[in-house]
Design a protein around this ligand. Structure first.
Ligand SMILES: *Cc1c(COP(=O)(O)O)cnc(C)c1O
Length: 355
């Protein structure tokens, strides 16, 4: 048993989440988003497993992520790899060599793609209201009216800014704008939804959905969802069991003074293992069949309150996993499941199981 935090990735649970999303998508292609090293879980391993599940299109953010993914999938697993950053000027040869599909996201990129030659397959990102990246409706009309010379578009996509809030009026506005954009390029396969959008309803799903976080265990609406299974488990061993007497302090600073004698287990995990420091006093951990308050999170150590429960060095404490969902951890640390997941790719040792 290693004396350090351990991140276990359950590839069978990943497969079940892919199947769940495929069932919800009801015929739309499910194209996993495996950017940022597969949300911290290891892009190579999760992508190969998802390919076995049936995925044939993948999305990454950066060009080098796409190059690495092409190598990881290898010649035996042909797949389309879309690059969300688009075509950074000067990189067309690299895109071609790894057979990647850049999603053009501003007029300069359209120009760069034209100059890169006629056979470069591209996606078109139209901005429908996130105002972060994407072509304007006017740019798109220009391409539709014969301006696509030198381009070989294979996908029209956009991205929702408020899909985790189903009642937000921006969703309907973005949907209407996307439908209009689509009417100009009606032959192109279309994609609007990420994890949350996939669950909003049939009109959001078009030809392809692009889930990331819900494949990896995050509920689509930023809270635990019974349809989605935990994929990553972070656990770490107890190093010391101690009692902090009434009137004594715990850890740094003067803030945490014990009102009564308190038994704690000190665990070999901290913010250097990807937990957020601000989870101290708010997050919970799973130990001996129950949730326990996490009192402090330091760089290498954290302390949980264990009452009278027997504990000894080497006992494992679950910090995130099936008993303590990534959405619970996100809520306790004021963030989203995405951030909790990507942070875990630091010191914790990763291993893979097919439960
Ligand atoms: C990250 C990303 C996704 C996946 O989002 P999730 O919320 O993780 O499902 C889909 N599309 C785009 C454009 C993205 O940037």
């Amino acid at each position: 048993m290693p004396h350090r935090a351990r991140l276990t990735v359950d590839l069978a649970a990943l497969d079940r989440n892919f199947r769940t999303l495929s069932a919800v998508a009801a015929g739309a292609e499910v194209a996993p988003v495996v950017k940022a090293d597969g949300y911290g879980l290891g892009a190579a391993r999760v992508s190969r497993r998802l390919w076995e599940s049936g995925a044939r299109s993948f999305f990454v953010a950066r060009l080098d992520e796409g190059e690495a993914l092409r190598k990881d999938l290898g010649e035996t697993r042909p797949a389309r790899i879309f690059v969300l950053d688009g075509l950074v000027p000067g990189t067309a040869e690299r895109v071609r060599r790894s057979d990647l599909i850049p999603i053009l996201a501003d007029p300069g990129q359209v120009e760069a793609a034209r100059q890169a030659g006629p056979q470069l397959a591209v996606g078109l990102h139209v901005d429908t209201g996130m105002n972060r990246q994407g072509l304007s409706p006017d740019d798109l009309v220009g391409i539709a009216r014969g301006g696509s010379a030198g381009l070989k578009p294979v996908l029209l996509m956009s991205h929702l800014g408020s899909a985790t809030l189903p009642g937000d009026p921006r969703n309907a506005l973005q949907l209407a704008r996307f439908r209009e954009a689509r009417s100009w390029l009606p032959d192109l396969p279309a994609s609007l939804a990420a994890s949350a959008g996939t669950f909003l309803g049939p009109e959001w799903r078009f030809d392809m959905v692009r889930p990331g976080v819900s494949l990896f265990g995050g509920g689509p609406f930023e809270r635990p969802d019974p349809r989605i299974e935990a994929v990553a488990t972070l656990d770490a061993p107890v190093l010391y069991v101690r009692t902090v007497e009434a009137g004594e302090w715990l850890g740094y600073g003067s803030g945490l003074r014990m009102a009564r004698s308190t038994r704690i287990a000190v665990v070999a995990a901290g913010y250097a293992d990807g937990l957020l420091r601000r989870g101290g006093g708010r997050a919970e951990a799973w130990f001996a069949g129950a949730r326990r308050p996490v009192r402090i999170i330091n760089m290498d150590l954290l302390a949980i309150e264990i009452g009278e429960t027997p504990a000894k060095p080497g006992d494992r404490v679950e910090l995130m996993g099936p008993n303590l969902l990534v959405d619970d951890l996100a809520a306790a640390t004021d963030t989203v499941a995405h951030e909790c997941l990507v942070r875990l790719s630091t010191r914790a040792r990763r291993s893979y199981v097919r439960s």
